[in-house]
Structures are given as structure tokens and as C-alpha cells.
Design a protein around this ligand. Structure first.
Ligand SMILES: [Zn+2]
Ligand SMILES: [Zn+2]
Length: 350
């Protein structure tokens, strides 16, 4: 897990931009007022307002403060806002009751819910409206020329998966403007349970498709038990990669060790994301580092530094030698940076 600092200048700008664009899109859909920027491509666009949307949803979203909170507030506040929203819509339900309806697969055909069938129809009607307004499909549509997932990913500029740091997730838009590839955006609060938060900035985590779809999927993380990439500042160093030799298997076993006396939050999250299993596929990288240790009596880095004189910075030497970043804040730029740094420290190479 690689921490994304919400105060980094490019992240602040990405959030501001996301807010301005999505705010205008939602206002357009619900018939709200245009923004004050006369060059705003969304307000000037022909995006057609929705007809007959539910007045409670509209009343909530047309309030500028609600809309700003929805799009830009911290994950903790997003959770509270979500509860507040549904209380406004269905005063007699609590959110957990509603969740059963959101997850249609959980409802058995014969279930004798006291709310059926009227409430079920009503809830579906609200969900439909909400999905048409908080329209994630529009956002990820490659033909969306106003503001899309490509723009957000490009602005976030994260080169590797936030969850695993194993896979490149660069955003590539070629010189002809063709959208070639981008990271997937994981809904930290799953979209199936939290449709209101489908376009909230801090709920869109740039990640690889394995971590997003195959591993995390709709797993319901919560802020008390699990790490959030934008919230938990020390997550990257809350655990370290270690290895031991297993003579029975005649191979190494890579594992994770807690740094802060079993920080359960880090542990629970890493276990759910199968991080140690994934890293055991990186035996060859581990063996290369062990080989370096065995074959160099003098400090490996120092000897290479001597070779290059003063022409390269320490970070550059490091990148050339190990193909990873040295500084914690740069780990996201190259795959396996966290893993290799931990192992190199363990081997006493750095
Ligand atoms: Zn606008
Ligand atoms: Zn990943």
C-alpha cells in the first residue's frame, strides 16, 4: 500500500479540477445553474438535463455545500455524508437495511421482507435516478471529451498500482490524442453499496485491474479496520517485506512483518489484498538482490558511486542499480520500489 499524500500539489490540483468538472456535470443533469467560468466546456455543452428526477435527490444535490462535500470531502466525512443522504431520502430506514436492497443478489426471491414489495420498487427507482446523475459510466466513457477518468488519472500521475506497487498503471494518451491506457479506479467504498460516492474524489483509487477487480472487488473495507490510501499516512512503512529460506521447499518464502507491534489495520488490509502471496511470485528479483550481497564485499552502492564520480545523484545511482526509487515519496513511480528497498535494508546493502 502506497500512501497518496492529499496535500501534494498535483493531488490538490487534481482534486480541484475534478470538483469543478463533476460539479458542473451534475448541475447540468439536475438543471442547476451554470458555473461562473465562461469558458467551462461542460456548462457550454449540450449535455441534456434529466427529466423527472426525484425531488429529494435533486434537493440534496442542488445545495452547493452538499455537492462540494460529496465530491471533495475526506473518506471519513464521505461515510457520514452517505448516511445523512439516505436518511434524507428514506427517513424510516437505516443504511444497513437499505444495503440489502442495493445488493440485489442478496435478496432471495422468497424472502419475506416487511418492506417488500413497495419499498423495493421505490429503492430501485431512487437508485436508478442516482446512477443517472452520479453517472460513472459517463465518466469512464472513452468518448467523453469533457472530463473523464483519463483526465483524472493523468492529473493524479501515479505510475504504479497504489495497492500492490507491482504493476505499471501509467496513463497514456498518445500524440494523436488517442486514449491508450490508464489505471483502473477502485471504489474504496464499493460502488454497489455506495452509489452516491461513485464520483467522489477520495473514493477513486488508481490501481491495477488485478487488485481492483480480481482481488478487492466489492470487498467492503471500513475506515476503522482497513487502510485507506489517502488517509493512513504511515501505511507504506507500517509493514516491511522479509524473506526466509525454506529448506523443505528449497526456496525462499517472502512474508510481511509488522513494524508497530501488529498494527492490525495494516495486517487486515494486506491479508485481504493477498499482498504476501502476490510477492512470492517475485523470487527472481529477491534472488538477484541476495546475489549482489554475496558477491560484493565493499558497499555495492559506494563502489558504483565511485565509478561514476559526482556525475550522478544517489537517487540516480540507485535507480540504475536496482531499477527502483529510493525515496519513500517516489515509490509509486516504479514497480517493486517498496519491496526492494525493504529487502536491500534487510541485506544491509543500503
Ligand atoms: Zn461549468
Ligand atoms: Zn495492484
Amino acid at each position: 500500500m502506497i500512501y497518496i499524500n492529499p496535500l501534494d500539489s498535483n493531488i490538490v490540483l487534481a482534486r480541484e479540477n475534478h470538483f469543478m468538472k463533476i460539479k458542473c456535470f451534475i448541475n447540468k443533469k439536475i438543471g442547476g445553474t451554470n458555473c461562473t467560468d465562461s469558458s467551462c466546456n461542460i456548462c457550454k455543452s449540450q449535455i441534456v438535463p434529466l427529466q423527472k428526477i426525484n425531488f429529494r435527490i435533486k434537493n440534496f444535490l442542488i445545495d452547493p455545500l452538499n455537492l462540494e462535500l460529496l465530491l471533495t470531502s475526506s473518506p471519513e466525512n464521505l461515510y457520514d455524508l452517505n448516511i445523512y443522504f439516505w436518511k434524507e431520502i428514506f427517513p424510516l430506514f437505516n443504511f444497513d437495511d437499505l444495503l440489502v436492497y442495493f445488493n440485489r443478489k442478496n435478496i432471495s426471491k422468497n424472502s419475506r421482507s416487511p418492506y417488500k414489495p413497495f419499498s423495493e420498487i421505490l429503492i430501485n427507482y431512487y437508485l436508478k435516478d442516482l446512477n443517472r446523475i452520479i453517472n460513472y459510466d459517463w465518466f469512464i466513457d472513452k468518448n467523453n471529451k469533457y472530463y473523464s477518468a483519463y483526465d483524472l488519472s493523468n492529473n493524479l500521475d501515479r505510475n504504479t498500482c497504489t495497492y500492490c506497487n507491482r504493476v505499471y498503471t501509467s496513463t497514456i494518451i498518445n500524440r494523436h490524442g488517442k486514449k491508450v491506457i490508464r489505471p483502473t479506479l477502485d471504489h474504496w467504498f464499493p460502488q454497489s453499496d455506495f452509489p452516491l460516492l461513485a464520483l467522489s474524489f477520495y473514493n477513486l483509487i488508481p490501481s491495477c485491474s488485478s487488485c481492483n477487480s480480481s482481488i478487492k472487488g466489492a470487498t467492503n473495507f471500513n475506515l476503522n479496520d482497513h487502510i485507506h490510501p489517502y488517509v493512513d499516512e504511515f501505511q507504506t512503512n507500517d509493514f516491511i517485506f522479509k524473506y526466509r529460506y525454506n529448506s523443505t521447499l528449497n526456496n525462499y518464502r517472502i512474508y510481511l512483518q509488522d513494524v508497530n507491534n501488529f498494527n492490525s489495520k495494516a495486517r487486515k488490509t494486506l491479508e485481504k489484498m493477498y499482498v504476501d502471496d502476490m510477492y512470492n511470485s517475485h523470487q527472481s528479483e529477491l534472488k538477484d538482490l541476495i546475489k549482489i550481497k554475496k558477491n560484493y564485499s565493499k558497499s555495492y552502492i559506494e563502489s558504483i558511486e565511485d565509478l561514476f564520480g559526482n556525475k550522478l545523484s544517489k537517487d540516480e545511482v540507485y535507480r540504475i542499480l536496482f531499477g527502483v526509487e529510493f525515496s519513500l515519496t517516489d515509490y509509486h513511480k516504479l514497480p517493486l520500489s517498496k519491496f526492494k528497498n525493504d529487502i536491500l535494508k534487510d541485506l544491509d546493502i543500503i
